[in-house]
Structure formats: structure tokens, C-alpha cells
Design a protein around this ligand. Structure first.
Ligand code: ZN
Length: 610
């Protein structure tokens, strides 16, 4: 008998109409004292307890022809009675979550993450295993294909059949798409890269290949090499509305609007396509930063419970910094376009008073219950380790560039992280990035990190950018839709007057989603959920509320009628001028040759520095 994995899974999209996958797990030599199996409580990359076991409809086990008693031990763990010989565990999983984090099955396609479907065989999770993916029965599924970065073990390219994983961690780190998807392939770093698009679309796949290849080449050049892999797969689900991405070791799952995809025959990079390229760039950067350079707390992942680290700012924030910057360095967008995106990031951070209350180290630590479980008070209470983390990365990069006279940059720190930790798979201990940054640059960055990571004061970006010939400007928002990044295009002579709220954007009703610190609405006692119906006795809705407010003067008090649940309440609200929380960046017309050189090195990468 040849060496053969003793843990084998089989997945059948057994009832697409009912969104049911049938999974079989065969353990040739189970634990003689009773085999324990469990499903993960969360999926790496998305730091929230999701309890995937809740979608298991039923589970049973047998040994030969006889049924084995199965005891449910906790929300996600089963213990099978001891059996003499091979154990076969069979279960059905309901898959109706169209996100990048779970599983989805209907008559148009199937998608799954292993964390939703494959039980971990306790004591055997370090061993290789096989996965057989079966085609759904029925003529209508005849043309379905399979896309995954999971290495084949007999399956034809893009075919149903048998795949293999070196261990459980690998098994659950290769999402699988099945259906009649569009497919295009390009090469980067000597490795084939597939773009797989599911959903109705009219995308220009040739262009996507060209542009994605550029993004990949940029990140491969930054780190020096692509981690070893047989192929890399971009699994894209195009829908009407939606946005999200999740990174894996040799693939990523992206959910986007079909408007984010480039159309055949259209030149230029639209704002929508730029957003998709940013997402692609982000997830690909994770191939190094978080999939291989990992917090020690994730080595190994404990899939049963929360895994705490104060370092998510480095894995998500630094990645968020390089995602858009990578587009500029790859020449896909111009410097002006990149500065617009950066201005929007600064704007997002500025608009939450939570940044003055929570540090990004704490935001990382509490991601499980705060960032991932945001409620109406989130802008007033928490800071995003993505957006502020990106600004910390920017400040760190520009500080290193300034204080080393342009000899070093954050790129050098990332390369050192890759070589010291990523390549060996050794986890990054808390605080190690800070030490490594000192070591690589020869600087003493302790006070920078204390302030940026563990403090809540705003970062002083203005002088850092100014030295590169980039001026940071703040202004009041033009309207509730104003995302920043550009100078005002309002013809209004006075600043926008606001209540200090955000509407929920659903339907015509002016229903409050958030009530912001420092606004008149909060001082008057308006609350999230309240539906504003009249200002000074005149009916308002989501469409005319903003315009109505502009007929007053700053400091005027207005009578606001609003329903809280079914009770009509009245408030006296002072109208205030919108705060100067909207950022845009401008290139100075006059800069020294040295500043221009530093600016080019930053925006175009090392190659431009000469
Ligand atoms: Zn990310």
C-alpha cells in the first residue's frame, strides 16, 4: 500500500436549490478512545466569532455498517464513540452567505471557505489530507468548472476531482469557486495567476490581466520574491452592490460591484475601477503581510476562540498604506489620483472623534468586539486600525525617509520582516516590528511608536508631507456626500450648516444612523434611529434636509420634530458650521530639487530614486 493520507474529505453540492453541501470526512484510523472533531469559530483574516458550526444541519457517523454514537460537546465540537476501524463522519451544511467569509450555493454557482465546511480532526490536523470535490448531479451543472489554489491530486485543471492539502491549516486556506465563471490567466513572479469572475458582468478581462500583473509585479519587487506557490487565484464575485476582500496564502476572494470591473473599450481608470485595483493590491500585499509575516498570536491560529494581538495596525494598516501607494508606483494611477485617495483616508480618520479616545493598539486588540461589531456609536468610540493604521504607516515611512536622509524607508522594514519572520513562518512577537524598524533604520523610533500606536493624539502629517512638496489642507465638507480628497467645489459662500448626524441612507426617510460628538443634535438629545420629519414645522426628508438647513445661519436654533420609535418628540437644535474635517493634498508648485527627488522616491518607489 502506498503512503496515503488517512484523513479524506469529500464535498458534494448535493442540493443547490436548497443551498446544501454534503460533506463526508473519512478517518482511516480514528482515535481509539473516541474521535473528536470541530468546526472553526472564525475565519483567519476576519476577526470576529462567526460560529460556522451553526450551519451544520445534521451530523452522523458510522463505522463499517454500524452507526456510531455522536455526542455534541459544545457549540462546535463533536465526539464520536470509539470504533474499531475506519470512521465515516457525514454532515450537511447550509450555505447561503454571499460574502468572502463563508459559503454560498445555488443553481448559479458554489463557493466555500473550508472553515465553513471541513471539520478539524483533532490530533490529526498536522497531517496531509485529501479533498474530493464532486460535480452536482444534473444536466444543468455539466459545464461547471472548479477554481481554487488548492493543489490538485488527480483533478484536471479547473476540474472536479481530488485535491490535496499538506495539513488542515492549508485545507481551509484555499477557497473554492465552482460554476460557469469567466477565466483569464497571466504570469507574475514566474507563477501563473488566474482571474476568475463569477456573476453577470461584461468585464475586460484582458485589461484586468495587464493591470493586475502590474500590481503583482510591484509588490513582488518590493519584497524581492513571491513566496513559493504553484499558482495564485483571484476569485472575484461580481454583484449589483457589495464590497469586500479576504486574503489567503495563494488566493484571495473579492466581492465587488460589477461597476467596479473595467468595460471593454473604455480607457482610463474610473473611480470604480480604481477601487477594485486598490482591493486587488490590498489582498495581494497580504500574501506576504499577514499570510506569512504573522503576529505570534496567530502561530498557530486557535480557531476555537478569539486570538488577541495589538499588532493588527501593522497587518491591516501597513497593507492599507501600500495598497493605493502600490497603484501609483505601478503607474496605474497618477500621483494626483493617489493623493486624492490619501486625502480621503485622512478625511475618514478625521471624521471620527473615536480617534481621540482609542489607540490603534487597543483597536487591534478589541477588533473582535469593537471594530467588527460596530454599532451606531462607533465613530464616537473607536478608531479604525485600517485607516489610522495606514496613516501611521505613512508617517513612519516619511519619518524614516526624512531622518535617514532618504537612505531608508518603510520598504526596508517590510523586506526585513519578510526575511526574518515571513520566510521561516516564525510569528512576530508583540513589539518586534518596533525593534526591527530601529534596527533596520538606525533610528530611535520609540517615542514615535508610543505616540502613534498607543496614543490618541492626531499624527502630525503636515510637516512630513510638506518636506516632500505636498501640502495638507483641511476644509469643511461641501455636503454629506463629500468624501474629501479634492478641493471644495461648492459655490456656497459660507460653510455647510449641519446637525451633526449621519443618515442611514435607506429610502426617503431622514432617519439617523449616527449622532456625532460635538454636534448640535447630540447636545439636543437626538439619537440614532430617530426619524426627523420637520424643521420649524416644515416637512423634511432625506432629500431636502441638507438644503433646508442651509437657509439658516450658524448658531440659529431650529425646532426639530422626530419620531423615536412611534413617539413624536421635539428638540431645539443649534445649527453649527461643519467642522474642518475634510482633507485634500496639493502638490506645491515650487519645490526644491531635493524635495522633488524625495517625492519621486516615495511615489514611484526605489527605482525612481536612482
Ligand atoms: Zn486586509
Amino acid at each position: 500500500m502506498t503512503e496515503f493520507p488517512s484523513v479524506r474529505y469529500k464535498i458534494v453540492p448535493s442540493d443547490p436549490a436548497a443551498h446544501l453541501f454534503r460533506v463526508t470526512c473519512v478517518i482511516v484510523d480514528p482515535d481509539p478512545t473516541g474521535q473528536v472533531v470541530s468546526l472553526p469559530a472564525w475565519i483567519p483574516g476576519s476577526y470576529m466569532i462567526r460560529d460556522f458550526a451553526k450551519n451544520v444541519v445534521w451530523l452522523r457517523a458510522r463505522c463499517g455498517d454500524s452507526e456510531v454514537v455522536v455526542d455534541k460537546v459544545d457549540k462546535q465540537t463533536w465526539r464520536c464513540a470509539s470504533c474499531d476501524g475506519g470512521l465515516v463522519i457525514e454532515y450537511e451544511v447550509y450555505a447561503w452567505d454571499l460574502s468572502v467569509r463563508a459559503a454560498h450555493l445555488d443553481q448559479t454557482h458554489g463557493y466555500f471557505n473550508g472553515t465553513s465546511l471541513f471539520v478539524r480532526v483533532q490530533g490529526r490536523d498536522q497531517e496531509p489530507c485529501l479533498l474530493e470535490i464532486r460535480q452536482p448531479a444534473g444536466d444543468q451543472y455539466r459545464r461547471w468548472r472548479v477554481a481554487t489554489a488548492l493543489p490538485a491530486a488527480g483533478a484536471e485543471p479547473y476540474g472536479f476531482g481530488t485535491y490535496a492539502a499538506a495539513d488542515y491549516d492549508e485545507l481551509i486556506d484555499h477557497p473554492v469557486e465552482m460554476g460557469e465563471f469567466s477565466l483569464a490567466t497571466f504570469e507574475a513572479g514566474g507563477v501563473p495567476h488566474d482571474i476568475v469572475v463569477t456573476g453577470r458582468h461584461r468585464a475586460d478581462l484582458e485589461r484586468m490581466c495587464r493591470d493586475f500583473k502590474n500590481v503583482c509585479a510591484q509588490h513582488i519587487a518590493l519584497f524581492g520574491d513571491l513566496p513559493p506557490m504553484q499558482r495564485y487565484v483571484f476569485l472575484i464575485m461580481a454583484v449589483g452592490e457589495g464590497y469586500g476582500g479576504l486574503e489567503h496564502r495563494a488566493s484571495c476572494s473579492l466581492l465587488c460591484s460589477r461597476n467596479n470591473l473595467p468595460r471593454v473599450g473604455r480607457a482610463g481608470v474610473s473611480d470604480d475601477y480604481r477601487e477594485l485595483l486598490g482591493l486587488v493590491s490590498h489582498e495581494y500585499f497580504h500574501t506576504w503581510n499577514v499570510k506569512r509575516i504573522k503576529p505570534a498570536a496567530f502561530v498557530p491560529y486557535d480557531l476555537d476562540r478569539e486570538n488577541y494581538t495589538r499588532q493588527l495596525w501593522a497587518f491591516e494598516g501597513v497593507t492599507s498604506y501600500y495598497d493605493d501607494l502600490g497603484l501609483a508606483r505601478a503607474g496605474l494611477i497618477e500621483a494626483k489620483s493617489y493623493l486624492e485617495l490619501l486625502g480621503q483616508t485622512i478625511t475618514r480618520v478625521q471624521r471620527g472623534s473615536g480617534r481621540l479616545k482609542q489607540s490603534i493598539a487597543d483597536s487591534s486588540f478589541d477588533a473582535w468586539t469593537k471594530f467588527y461589531k460596530q454599532d451606531e456609536n462607533a465613530p464616537n468610540a473607536i478608531v479604525s486600525y485600517y485607516t489610522k493604521g495606514a496613516l501611521v504607516a505613512l508617517a513612519l515611512d516619511l519619518t524614516i525617509r526624512r531622518d535617514t536622509g532618504g537612505n531608508k524607508s518603510l520598504d526596508d522594514v517590510m523586506r526585513a520582516l519578510w526575511h526574518r519572520y515571513g520566510k521561516s513562518g516564525r510569528g512576530v512577537p508583540e513589539g518586534a516590528i518596533e525593534q526591527l524598524a530601529d534596527e533596520v533604520t538606525g533610528l530611535h523610533l520609540a517615542s514615535f511608536f508610543d505616540r502613534a500606536l498607543r496614543g490618541t493624539d492626531d499624527l502630525d502629517l503636515t510637516p512630513l508631507l510638506s518636506e516632500l512638496g505636498v501640502e495638507l489642507r483641511l476644509r469643511p465638507a461641501d455636503s454629506a456626500k463629500d468624501k474629501g480628497g479634492r478641493p471644495s467645489d461648492s459655490k456656497r459662500e459660507r460653510p455647510l450648516l449641519v446637525l451633526g448626524v449621519r443618515l442611514n441612507g435607506v429610502g426617503d426617510r431622514a432617519q439617523l444612523a449616527q449622532v456625532l460628538d460635538g454636534g448640535g443634535a447630540q447636545a439636543a438629545g437626538l439619537a440614532a434611529g430617530d426619524a426627523v420629519i420637520a424643521i420649524d414645522g416644515i416637512r423634511v426628508d432625506a432629500k431636502n434636509l441638507e438644503a433646508m438647513l442651509q437657509t439658516y445661519e450658524a448658531g440659529d436654533c431650529v425646532r426639530v420634530h422626530a419620531f423615536r420609535r412611534d413617539e413624536l418628540l421635539e428638540f431645539e437644535v443649534e445649527l453649527r458650521a461643519a467642522p474642518a474635517d475634510t482633507c485634500f493634498l496639493e502638490l506645491s508648485p515650487e519645490v526644491s530639487a531635493e524635495a522633488r527627488q524625495r517625492q519621486a522616491s516615495w511615489l514611484e518607489g526605489d527605482a525612481a530614486a536612482g
